[in-house]
Ligand binder design. Structure first.
Ligand code: CUA
Length: 322
């Protein structure tokens, strides 16, 4: 609020004040120099005004101190803005280690959210107060952009890969969420709300009306239904690698490069398995492109994440984790 006028959305996340402070600083610096230049132009126009049409201005030669001043001062200001912005940017980009994970899919023209406990929502997202939330999302069709103005965070939803945003809500209430990338006729209707709740109320909300169990449970079901388990055996004896303890690790590939096993790599391996094949295995896996919805891909990703523990007892460990 600025003198009662709501110029800015509320600051409802830990990062919101930091983004705003940087923004205000840049605006203040810009306004200051705009003002100085304007005032100087007006003062000089009055002071050095002449009616003599033949008047010639005094010749001015270089001034080292002046040139140094107008080089060094802007340099310092730019570096301050750069360093400050980099600090905020890295924090915006890097979620903390412990986050509440939520998956989302953008499609014309709605946002679908999936909680790992199994709750699904459309154009609505419920989150607990004071907890870091990470939203991992992709698009089913064209470019969209998931934007939470009150949390000052936004990222494009790109078909074929995962993007993430994270935030820690600091205020209870309802806030807007938008699609911030023009995506067709009803782009302007691709909006929703995010509801920040007390943690206890959030827990109560989560447990109400869940159908089909948790995301990883659904993933496990799919893993069996699609016969993934016939090749990806937990004891490593299958034609594909065991997926136990794979998440978060580095995986060596057939071309001797390596890749971190994250959400994007698992997704890519399901949809285009021939692209990055684990070292020691043949490119036998068929593609599941067109056979799985993004929701089901996410369920499989969540299932792979829960495959932890000693080789062979992964299923038991996955149960304990729930
Ligand atoms: Cu989706 Cu604009």
């Amino acid at each position: 609020m600025f003198s009662g006028i709501p110029l800015f959305p509320e600051q409802a996340s830990t990062l919101a004040p930091r983004v705003d402070n940087l923004y205000f600083f840049i605006v203040a610096v810009t306004a200051f120099f705009a003002l100085v230049v304007t005032v100087v132009v007006i003062v000089f126009a009055v002071k050095y005004r002449t009616d003599d049409p033949l008047a010639v201005g005094a010749r001015i030669h270089g001034s080292i101190p002046l040139e140094l001043a107008w080089s060094i001062i802007p340099f310092i200001i730019s570096i301050v803005i750069f360093a400050w912005a980099a600090d905020v940017f890295f924090d915006l980009q890097r979620p903390p280690d412990q986050t509440l994970e939520i998956y989302a899919t953008g499609k014309r023209w709605m946002w679908k959210f999936q909680h790992i406990d199994g709750q699904n929502e459309i154009n609505e997202l419920h989150v607990p107060l004071g907890r870091a939330v990470k939203v991992t999302f992709t698009s089913e069709d064209v470019l969209h952009s998931l934007f939470f103005p009150a949390f000052r965070t936004k990222a494009d939803a790109i078909p074929g890969r995962y993007s993430t945003v994270w935030f820690t809500p600091t205020k209870l209430g309802e806030y807007h969420l938008f699609c911030a990338e023009y995506c067709g006729t009803r782009h302007s209707g691709m909006v929703g709300r995010v509801v920040v709740m007390e943690p206890a109320a959030y827990q109560a909300w989560l447990t109400g009306g869940v159908v089909g169990g948790s995301l990883s449970k659904r993933g496990e079901q799919l893993f069996n239904d699609l016969s993934c388990n016939t090749c990806h055996r937990n004891d490593g004896s299958g034609r594909g690698p065991s997926l136990v303890n794979k998440f978060g690790q580095s995986q060596l590939l057939t071309d001797n490069s390596s890749v971190t096993v994250d959400e994007s790599y698992i997704r890519e391996s399901i949809l285009t398995p021939q692209v990055k094949v684990a070292a020691g295995y043949s490119p036998l896996m068929p593609t599941f492109q067109g056979l799985l919805s993004e929701e089901n891909v996410v369920a499989l990703v969540e299932y792979v994440k829960t495959l932890k523990g000693a080789v062979g007892t992964a299923s038991a460990a996955a149960q304990e984790n729930r």
